[in-house]
Design a binder for this molecule. Sequence first.
Ligand code: TTP
Ligand code: MG
Length: 578
Amino acid sequence: MVLVSLVLKHAAPYKAWIAAVFVLQLISTIASLYLPSLNAQIIDKGVSTGDTDFIWSTGMTMLTVCLVQVATAIGAIYFGARTAMAIGRDMRRDFYRKVDSLSALELGRFGTATLITRGTNDVQQVQMLVLMTLNFMVSTPIMCIGGIIMALREDAGLSWLVWVSVPTLFIIVGFLVYLLMPLFRQMQDRIDGINSVLREQIVGIRVVRAFVREPFESERYRTSNENLTRVSVKVGNIFVLMFPVIMMVLHLATAAVLWFGGHRVDAGDMQIGSLTAFLQYLLQILMAVMMGVFMVMMIPRAVVCAERIADVMGTESSQAGPSEPTEETPTHGRVEFRNVTFGYPGAERPVLDNISFTAEPGTTTAIVGSTGAGKTSLINLIPRLYDPQAGEVLIDGVPVSRLTRDQVSSVVGLVSQKPYLFSGTIASNLRFGRASATDDDLWQALRIAQGEDFVKSKEKGLDDPIAQGGTNVSGGQRQRLCIARALVATPRVYLFDDSFSALDVATDARLRDALGEATGDATVIIVAQRISTIIGADQIVVVDDGVIVGRGTHEELVDGNETYRQIVESQLSVEEVA
Ligand code: TTP
Ligand code: MG
């Protein structure tokens, strides 16, 4: 079973703690079982005969047993809780590592919302079950079986009450649990649903406001919320039923014991102390059954959660790659596309079709093409965000799939089209590229990226805070910080995916001048819309609808390539006016 193997795998390091819980539970349960019989002895041998010494001595024994019971119970719960929390923590850690290792493909297949729920709420459910199991797994069966034995020892004539009440309780609670099972799965799915809607709305809140879509979005949220509420209410209804039913069984059993036991005492077949002990044992047994069923009740939900966790844990990254370096880390950065064909999963036709070109170290390659032509897709293949279906992407003649993730990231520096910054400070973001970078290195990178002035104008300079996603700096500032971040890493291959689009023409020009010096003999690949950005490139690759339709310098293409000339013409008219 998925749940068992998941839990066992994570419980392995805590064997000693679990053993301690078991031993403590054992002692505590035996002590609990001993108490009613001592009580019966006091009544039957002490009270009825007026033997005060016996009452005192047995009373002291009871007190000792009681203290032992309390101490061991506390110890058991303490170690149980620690173990369960540790297991939960490890599970979250492993989950995080797994998610971290997955490629964009698998992450896209699961989706962010469900990954967040699985990594938090689902782990929590499993952790709860582990806690319950540790608390009741030993005590419940011992309490049940031991209770029955002790009860029968007190009075075999009333034993039929045990045989009737225990199965009754078991069947009733079992039936309710059976009703609950499917509801729990629905509940987990709907928590995913509400997370996904909420996440999208918070991320897109500005767009929602700008288009006055609040009523529509509120409705969407309301529906998800209603859906979750409806299942929760169903679950609640069953619980509402459960407690009175359990209580009814307990009270009926009590009444029956008193009624039938009373008659037996009257007839002289049973002593009064035995009657009280029998009643206490019966209640202990029923309580244990109830706890056992509660535990069992948590299993279906935890099973669902465990399956959802295991689903992610069992996913292998489609781009595993070697974990240890098997190839030399490329030192030049010569990028070569060899007959590369690539399509997104589920798409009908490939986005890139038979792409071949080479970008040499020390030169700049520009990639142009209309929007949706596949430029970003092409760039993303170089740091291996995706794998092509056919053909190969090579760096210094080594396919990127044969390099480790660390090697790839040390060789390739990508400034993506959607620049992203992490919460922290400007410095902490820039040091993403290279943790050991000095402040001077950071300033140098900012100078090249034309970001020096605005960072200097910040109150705290490099230590100025950055909000999650970089929402507290402007689009152009974010682009420049991302360019600086790539520069700090000093990779062999620089990839700029439309990274100058938010800059004005003058800043763009200054940046490219500075960049030319900074990148030196590294390979530079630039995706840009603006002709002025790419005009000086050593090589321009024109992409249209996933195929390369032209390659050469500006001068060569402007005369010989229809697609390129159209792009140039559409912009020249604008720029000439400007
Ligand atoms: P892109 O490669 O993103 O096109 P582009 O970078 O040339 O466009 P732009 O100038 O606007 O930045 O997309 C090519 C096609 O691939 C497009 O039809 C959308 C599709 N696509 C996906 O299906 N999934 C993805 O994750 C991306 C990035 C693109
Ligand atoms: Mg793009």
